[in-house]
Design a protein around this ligand. Structure first.
Ligand code: F6P
Length: 541
């Protein structure tokens, strides 16, 4: 396939389109009756078990998807990513989050330079800093040890670390290491969130970590200034060097903000914001809370999946299979949304993280060469931990004609009955015949009839410690990349988000002009102008 050709023009894509009819004629009930099929539609790595037998797919579908992967040059694209080629072509950048968790002796080049030593030099600095901090040797302006950390950042500088922090609740070793400490996150500029983030905290014992790849994001900088003020008003200006540190690729702006450059932790433009949890973005705050050794286990887990993804054959490769099945569901079966349903409360922030990771990566309408795509990419991701979700949106999943793909992740024994029941409820549904035989009153039959045939897949983890959390993260990161590689889009830029940012900056300028100089708000359409006028009238300052 020529590099600028679209995947939908290949014979492999058309073969899958032609295959849809046969699949849609077959109910999952019938597919599930074939034990050999069910046995074949599984994959396992280091105790992580993927069961995709409840997908509307046969072994023939998988073979066709594997041929599509060949047509899309998936192997070559993965190789280019691991080799540090500039596959994020619209930003002229390598995509090397795998280097963040690679072992010390690995060699991964970007622009001809091995980045691994740089990565480890920042990790060594974090290890040392976190040890000093946690031992109590790092003292604040009044000589007290610091036990509370507020991490200020948004988007990729927030969601990944929050996911890992929340998930670590089930790791007993991590819980032990975190005793007597608090890690909080501040993302929203809503004053309510600012107040929540510092509620009951004393600046004397609090460290603020400002996390921003660019160090220009309006929300983060405003929140950082607010917390700087909070520290200064209580402890004086000299306290900033002891109570504020930063993570950024823009160390010049960190210095200008007033943070001591010695207390700044770098990362690099080849780490995308939403792929940055394994850089200092996540490693620093998490090491302050749990100690570096726990975080290193998380990184090792992610690295184990990187190796699996890089070296396993595609028919046994968990991220590749997941990516191909996503393409099948979105582009061929027409499912617009995916529910992520972790049967573990500790994974409550998995869905919010994946929302950004997946939708910011693959919500693209043009190919990597800028050609408008005639097929759907990306799906809407949403989710809640089971069993909470069951009491919320599962009704729609079971009965609404808008199809959803369920996805369950669990590691928690007490939830297993629901974890096992739901995929079958989705697949089998309930027929009017069954309801009649149960003597259900006639008027209730339509309400209790479920067509079933709702595809899902189950990912079973042996446990949820730091290592498996890293594995889970890496599985999702690579699954998303596989989808993008097949569709031929750039999963690593986010121009849509940038558009919103620049429009917000125009509004900000106008609001400022109106408040400070009494200038009229101008340059917007009628609707926006009148909304702004109302806002200015009710919120005068
Ligand atoms: O949400 C858009 C985005 O650009 C993300 O990609 C990024 O993670 C986030 O904003 C925050 O950006 P920064 O880390 O530069 O503050």
């Amino acid at each position: 396939m020529a590099s600028s050709a679209l995947i939908c023009d290949t014979e492999q894509w058309k073969a899958l389109q032609a295959h849809v009819g046969a699949i849609q004629k077959t109910h999952l009930r019938d597919l599930m009756a074939d034990a050999d099929r069910c046995k074949a539609m599984t994959a396992e790595f280091e105790g992580i078990f993927l069961d995709y037998s409840r997908q509307q797919a046969t072994r023939e579908t998988i073979e066709k998807l594997l041929k599509l992967a060949e047509a899309a040059k998936l192997k070559e694209k993965i190789e280019k990513m691991f080799k540090g080629e500039k596959i994020n072509s619209t930003e002229n950048r390598s995509v090397l989050h795998v280097a963040l968790r690679a072992p010390r002796d690995a060699v991964i080049n970007s622009d001809g330079v091995n980045v691994v030593p740089e990565v480890w030099s920042v990790k060594d600095k974090i290890k040392q800093f976190s040890e000093t901090f946690r031992s109590g040797s790092w003292v604040g302006a009044t000589g007290k040890a610091l036990t509370n950390v507020v991490s200020v950042g948004i988007g990729g500088s927030f969601l990944g670390p929050l996911f890992v922090h929340t998930a670590l609740q089930t790791d007993p070793e991590a819980a032990e290491c975190a005793k007597g400490r608090q890690l909080r996150f501040l993302a929203n500029v809503d004053p309510v969130d600012v107040a929540r983030s510092i509620k009951d905290l004393d600046p004397e014992t609090t460290l603020v970590v400002v996390v921003s790849k660019t160090f220009t994001t309006a929300e983060t900088m405003l929140n950082a200034r607010t917390l700087k003020e909070w520290i200064i008003s209580s402890l004086g200006p000299q306290a900033v060097s002891k109570h504020m540190i930063a993570v950024s690729t823009n160390l010049k702006l960190v210095k200008e903000f007033g943070i001591d450059p010695n207390n700044a932790f770098a990362f690099w433009d080849w780490v995308g914001g939403r792929y940055s949890v394994c850089s200092a973005v996540g490693v620093l705050p998490l090491s302050l809370q749990y100690g570096f050794p726990i975080v290193q286990k998380f990184l090792e887990g992610a690295s184990s999946i990187d190796n699996h993804f890089h070296s396993s054959s595609f028919d046994k490769n968990i991220p590749v299979l997941l990516g191909l099945l996503s393409v099948w569901n979105v582009s061929f079966l027409g499912y617009p949304a995916r529910a992520i349903l972790p049967y573990s409360q500790a994974l409550e922030k998995l869905a919010p993280h994946i929302q950004q990771l997946s939708m910011e990566s693959n919500g693209k309408g043009v190919s990597i060469d800028g050609v408008q795509l005639p097929f759907e990419t990306g799906e809407i991701d949403f989710g809640e931990p089971g069993t909470n979700g069951q009491h919320s949106f599962y009704q729609l999943i079971h009965q609404q004609p808008v199809y959803l793909k369920g996805e369950t992740v669990s590691n928690h024994d007490e939830l297993m009955s629901n974890f096992f029941a739901q995929p079958d409820a989705l697949a089998y549904g309930k027929t009017p015949e069954q309801l009649h035989s149960e003597k259900v009153p006639e008027h209730l039959i339509p309400h209790k009839t479920f067509k079933g045939n709702r595809p899902s897949l189950s990912l079973l983890l042996p446990q949820l410690s730091a290592y498996e959390i890293g594995q889970l993260l890496s599985i999702y990161e690579h699954r998303i990349a596989v989808q993008g590689f097949i569709w031929g889009i750039n999963s690593f830029d986010q121009w849509g988000v940038e558009l919103g940012k620049s429009l917000a900056s125009q509004v900000r300028k106008q609001l400022h002009g109106s408040r400070m100089e009494g200038k009229p708000v101008e340059g917007f359409n009628h609707s926006t102008s009148s909304l702004l006028a109302r806002y200015l009238a009710v919120q005068p300052s």
